[in-house]
Each structure stands twice: as structure tokens, then as C-alpha cells.
Design a protein around this ligand. Structure first.
Ligand code: GLA
Length: 663
């Protein structure tokens, strides 16, 4: 697993130049040109220094095959430059113009039932279509040639939220190509996929298909490979466009925006090929754990970027794709934006600048809402812009590190989430969130890492659940503990190998030895809402019938029921195994204890429950996620960069209040 990005490439710092990028997706093609001038006036008023242009402009740029209409974009690029606003220029390739689908139906993807995804929405492109790729390369080439030397250009934004699948015929051909490269022979594929089961053996490559609609459960390794293949195909599309813009403008950084904790891309592989790691983040304003969910994505993105990252999109108010879409209460937009900065963002951007009046997203907020410049949304955006400008110089480029790493990996997620498992209640992202939440509530900042990464810099490594682990990953975990690291590992870890073949004894023998598990007899999954009484806490989701080795210490046992007296938490040296999901408070206590043993301290002692404290470089961010004002004890004297005040001993935070303290 490589751990470094391509050398010599530009970085986010080349775009920020000491300022926090502030702005968002700008879709001026939806508005008459008079509005553009009004937009620029308001952008300047709000301190906007960056807009993303062109994300959905393909039909405007290429209304007929091969035609080019650049005049409007020329005027916009100039307008932005004249007003000191940088442009993150997008390749428009996530939404092809209708003419492409009409003339080349093979560019339209098919779902697993064989239904075509037609134009009229968005993202109706087949990643495998040669024709799509040819058109995408051509428009990218022309954009790069035309705007590569434009002074407004600060960054390239390739496509948008790569997230499509395709089960069609062209995809079937590229799937076979991908599989041939991976396995070499059809016998090797048969072996890896376990096709002896249910008479699935393939006689030749021509018989192999994407996992299309089937009568009953599909071959899990076929499905797993299809997910790997899809991520790789999308990455090929990204790289094809990335290479074009990089050839024209080697000094301009390139990004593509991830969705938060999105299942479809093996993001660890992608981030090696990005100059700037960027993410879109939309916590639900009504979710009591929205701030923690946001923190998780921010921690993951910072870890992927190994430094500052870009919040490419968030909403200034409501989104319009949940069942019920709530606005952000006064101050919440500011709080969550500064939370992202605390956790390493050097860019705070939105979808989108001006709220649309037409189209599917007309009820999705913008920085300028339908209420216009006097509306609360824009007024709060303006205040935030001024504050970000105030702290930008001291914040940008600095790093917020952590002594703890949570291990997270996409292959494991994909393999563990298949049909035919013992419990659909043990949902991977929910389990991941639960462990992150426990650390968050203990005021312990965490990074994320891939299980094959060098973990030696971390004092504590936490594995919420990694159903599939490679041999290299298992050896890495063993070596980490042998090297003095502290490890806490949740259930359903180390069950399967890379082909989703169950390992000997149900859990890999090296891990059983590491944790002191002599035998795994049976898994006893719990129903939704059911709990398992354990010594000191209650477990949820899962329980296990395991027998401990003589040299392992049982720290907690199941009480009552079939598992009475059997280990719930097992420790051998610095390695702990937790065979259930302890209820939230209990998991927080467990991790706080283990972290203290490992020498990792909370950011501040005695913090009120809803106050988050994060260190970034020399700065201490305090964020009050509660609706009541609080006072936080902070030893020493600090300067608050937001208010300019000097504070000694304690800091008062309003509801949703933030302080950014320099010693
Ligand atoms: C995504 C997309 C945007 C927009 C927003 C709405 O993040 O990239 O184009 O659709 O969702 O929340």
C-alpha cells in the first residue's frame, strides 16, 4: 500500500496562498448576465475568494457534438479575475449533453436489471464507454488549452462525485479485461470466486458477466470484484482527465470531490493520485450527532490528505434530498465551518453560491438564498467570510495530528456488507461511527489509517470492524503490537481473506494468537434493540461464544443467557478484543481508559459534554455544539483570533459559539 502522493505535484497551498478558500459552486449559466455582476458584488461583500465553475456546463459548452461555446465562460473567467476571485475550473464530464446519449446510446449506463439510465437527470455516463471517454477527453483538452494560462485559474476539479455503476455490455467487456489482468487464467478466477459452489464454474472468459439481476443470492466474490473494478474504472476516467490538465498546467493542483464516507470508491487508492483531497459534507442539522458525523468525515479526509484538505461543498441552509429537510439554526453554519477548519480544512466552500430558481435543486439552499442579500443565510455567510479572512494566515498550512488511528478500509466494507451474512444489523458504517463517536465523546482526536499503513507513529490503534484483512494487514497489526503499540479491536475482524474466503478457525490464527482467543465456537448476533448483559456494561448488535487462551485476561464476561461467563472483552498484553458493541457510554469509558494507558490524553481535561476541543498547529479551537452558553476552563492566557480578546483561565462560549485560541 503506497503512502505517498505523486512527487513534484502542486498542493492545496499553491491555491490558498495563505488564505482560507471561501466560496462555492457557481452556476451562472442558470442566470442572465446582469445577475453575474450582482453576484460579484455580493461575493466581494462576503469575502468570497474562490468559485467552482463549469461542474454542470457540458451542454452549454458543447450544445452539438464537437461544437464549442466558450464565449460566456471567457467573460466569466475575466470577471472573476478582475474581481480578485480565483476559479476552480471543473471538467463538466459528470453530466453529458443530451446529444451524446441520443447519438451514442452505448454511453448510457445500465443498472443491474438492464434498465437504461437516460439523460434528463445527471451522471448518465458509462465509465466504460470508449465514446464517452473520447468526448470527455476532447472537452477537457479544449478547456485546458483555453484556460490553462488564465490568471483566474487556481485549481482543476475533475468531474463531480464519481459514483456511477454500470452493468451494461461495454462494462461487461471491461470487467472481463480487468479480471483477466487480475487473475491471468479462468481457472484462477474460478478458484478465487469459489465457483464450485452452486454450479457456477466458468468454461471461458466469455461467460463472465457483471453481477446482474439473479434469482437468488449472487456470488460474493464476483460482487466484491465488481466493486473493486467499478472504483478502478472511475479512477481510470479521473486519471485520463487529470493527465490532460496536468500536461497543460503542471503547476495547477487537481482534485475530484468525494462524497462523505461514500461506499463506491476505494478512496485510499484515489488520494494517491490527487493533489488536493476534497470532500462534500452535509450533516443533518437535526441529527444530535451531526457534529460527530461531520468530525468523522473531516478526520478521514485530513488523514487521506495527510495535511490540509478542502471542504468542497456544504449547505448554508437546508439540503433538499432528505425526507424532511431542515434549515440550519442561527450560528450552525459558522460552527460547522469552523469545525472543519479546526480539523484541517484550508477551504470552506458550498454547494452553491446562489440558490436555483429552477431545476431539481431549487429548494436546496445557496449562500445567497431566495431571500437574497438581506436574508439571514447570506448575512451569516458574510460574517463567516470576514472571520475566515481574519484567521486564514495563522491557520492555513498547519496540521492537526492525533495519537490515535482508526483503521478503515473499503474492501472490508464491501465484502462484509454482502447478502448471506449472519446479521444485517451489524452495519459497517454504523459500527465505524459508533467507535469514532466514543473517541469524540472522550475528547480524543483521531486519525484514520489503512490497515497496511505504517502505524508506528500512533500510540493507540482502533479497529471497529475489518471483516476482510489481507495477510499483509494482519502481519502489520501483529507487528504494531509487538513494536509496543496498543490495539483495540471490535468483532467481525479478520474473518475473510482477499477473496472473501473464511479464514481457518473463523478468525485468522495470527489474530486469535494476538488477542488470546483459543476457539471461536459460534457468533451470536443480537436483534435490533436487544442487548447482552456484560460485566460492567451492556453489549449491542453482536455477541460471541469464544474461549480464551490461558495467557489471556478476560476483562469482562457475558452475564446470563447462553454465553454466561464467556469473555466479552479479552486482553493479551496491549491487544484487546471486544466481541460485542458496548453501549455508547461504555465504549467511551473503555476507549478513554485504554487511551490513558497508552499515554494519549484528551485535548483538554474537564470539558463540558457538548464542547469539542481540537488542536491545529499551535491553535486551540473550542466549539460549543450545545444550544446553551458554557464556560470552559482553559489554563493559561490566550488570544482569541476571532474576537481579538485576551482570555485567562476560562473562555465563555455562546450557544454554537467558537473560540480560536493562540497561546
Ligand atoms: C452534491 C453535488 C452537488 C449538489 C449537492 C446537493 O454534493 O455535488 O452538485 O447536487 O450534492 O446537496
Amino acid at each position: 500500500m503506497p503512502e505517498s502522493r505523486e512527487p513534484g505535484r502542486p498542493t492545496l497551498a499553491d491555491a490558498t496562498r495563505g488564505r482560507i478558500l471561501f466560496g462555492g459552486d457557481y452556476n451562472p449559466e442558470q442566470w442572465p448576465e446582469e445577475t453575474w455582476h450582482e453576484d460579484v458584488r455580493l461575493m466581494r461583500e462576503a469575502g468570497v475568494n474562490s468559485v467552482t465553475l463549469g461542474v454542470f456546463s457540458w451542454a452549454k459548452l458543447e450544445p452539438r457534438p464537437g461544437a464549442r461555446e466558450f464565449g460566456w465562460l471567457d467573460r466569466l473567467m475575466d470577471l472573476m479575475h478582475t474581481n480578485g476571485i480565483g476559479v476552480v475550473l471543473a471538467t463538466p464530464t459528470s453530466s453529458p449533453p443530451p446529444c451524446m446519449g441520443r447519438l451514442h446510446p452505448e454511453t448510457l449506463p445500465r443498472d443491474e436489471d438492464g434498465r437504461t439510465e437516460w439523460w434528463g437527470g445527471r451522471q448518465h455516463f458509462s465509465h466504460s464507454s470508449d465514446t464517452y471517454r473520447r468526448y470527455a477527453a476532447a472537452i477537457t483538452e479544449d478547456l485546458a488549452a483555453r484556460y490553462g494560462s488564465h490568471p483566474a485559474l487556481t485549481m482543476w476539479h475533475i468531474n463531480n462525485e464519481y459514483c456511477t455503476y454500470d452493468w451494461g455490455d461495454e462494462a461487461a467487456a471491461t470487467f472481463r479485461r480487468w479480471l483477466r489482468q487480475k487473475y491471468g487464467t479462468i481457472d484462477a478466477l474460478n478458484e478465487a470466486w469459489g465457483t464450485a459452489f452452486w454450479s457456477q464454474g466458468y468454461d471461458g472468459w466469455h461467460e463472465v458477466l457483471p453481477p446482474r439481476h439473479a434469482h437468488y443470492m449472487k456470488n460474493p466474490t464476483q460482487v466484491l470484484d465488481f466493486k473493486r473494478y467499478t472504483s478502478d474504472m472511475l479512477l481510470e476516467c479521473y486519471l485520463a482527465e487529470r493527465d490532460i490538465v496536468a500536461r497543460h498546467t503542471p503547476h495547477i493542483p487537481v482534485t475530484t470531490n468525494f462524497m462523505p464516507l461514500w461506499v463506491g470508491q476505494d478512496a485510499w487508492r484515489w488520494v494517491e493520485r490527487e493533489d488536493v483531497v476534497s470532500v462534500d459534507l452535509y450533516p443533518d442539522p437535526r441529527d444530535p450527532f451531526g457534529a460527530q458525523g461531520g468530525a468523522l468525515v473531516q478526520d478521514l479526509t485530513r488523514s487521506q490528505a495527510r495535511g490540509p484538505w478542502m471542504l468542497m461543498e456544504q449547505a448554508a441552509g437546508p439540503v433538499n434530498w432528505r425526507g424532511v429537510n431542515h434549515p440550519k439554526a442561527r450560528g450552525l453554519n459558522r460552527l460547522w465551518s469552523l469545525q472543519a477548519v479546526a480539523r484541517g480544512a484550508d477551504a470552506v466552500c458550498y454547494f452553491q453560491w446562489r440558490q436555483s430558481r429552477q431545476g431539481a435543486e431549487k429548494f436546496h439552499s445557496g449562500m445567497v438564498s431566495h431571500a437574497g442579500e438581506h436574508g439571514r443565510t447570506f448575512q451569516e455567510v458574510k460574517q463567516l467570510g470576514a472571520e475566515l479572512a481574519r484567521i486564514g494566515e495563522e491557520v492555513t498550512g498547519t496540521h492537526s495530528g492525533a495519537g490515535i488511528a482508526i483503521l478503515h478500509e473499503w474492501n472490508s466494507w464491501w465484502a462484509g456488507a454482502q447478502d448471506g451474512r449472519l446479521s444485517c444489523e451489524a452495519d459497517y458504517p454504523d459500527v465505524l461511527r459508533a467507535w469514532h463517536r466514543a473517541l469524540w465523546e472522550a475528547h480524543l482526536t483521531t486519525d484514520f489509517a489503512h490497515p497496511e499503513h505504517d502505524l508506528s507513529a500512533y500510540r493507540l490503534v482502533v479497529v471497529p470492524q475489518l471483516y476482510l484483512l489481507t495477510d499483509a494487514a494482519i502481519d502489520n497489526l501483529v507487528a504494531y503490537v509487538q513494536g509496543g503499540g496498543t490495539l483495540v479491536c471490535g468483532f467481525l475482524t479478520g474473518i475473510a481473506d482477499e477473496d472473501d474466503r473464511v479464514r481457518e478457525g473463523g478468525i485468522d490464527p495470527r489474530l486469535r494468537k494476538l488477542f488470546g482467543i483459543r476457539t471461536l465456537h459460534e457468533w451470536w448476533p443480537l436483534d435490533a434493540g436487544e442487548t447482552a448483559e456484560c460485566d460492567g456494561f451492556r453489549g449491542t448488535l453482536w455477541s460471541e461464544e469464544i474461549e480464551a487462551d490461558a495467557d489471556a485476561v478476560t476483562e469482562s464476561v457475558y452475564k446470563g443467557g447462553e454465553l454466561d461467563g464467556l469473555p466479552a472483552v479479552l486482553r493479551k498484553g496491549r491487544a484487546r478484543y471486544v466481541s460485542t458493541l458496548p453501549e455508547p457510554g461504555a465504549l467511551t469509558d473503555l476507549l478513554a481508559t485504554v487511551a490513558a494507558e497508552a499515554g494519549v490524553r484528551p485535548v483538554l481535561d474537564g470539558l463540558p459534554a457538548r464542547v469539542e476541543a481540537v488542536r491545529r498547529g499551535d491553535l486551540l479551537f473550542l466549539l460549543n455544539h450545545g444550544r446553551e452558553p458554557v464556560t470552559v476552563e482553559v489554563p493559561g492566557t490566550h488570544h482569541d483570533l476571532l474576537t481579538g480578546a485576551t482570555v485567562t483561565g476560562e473562555v465563555a462560549l455562546d450557544r454554537y459559539g467558537v473560540a480560536v485560541l493562540r497561546p
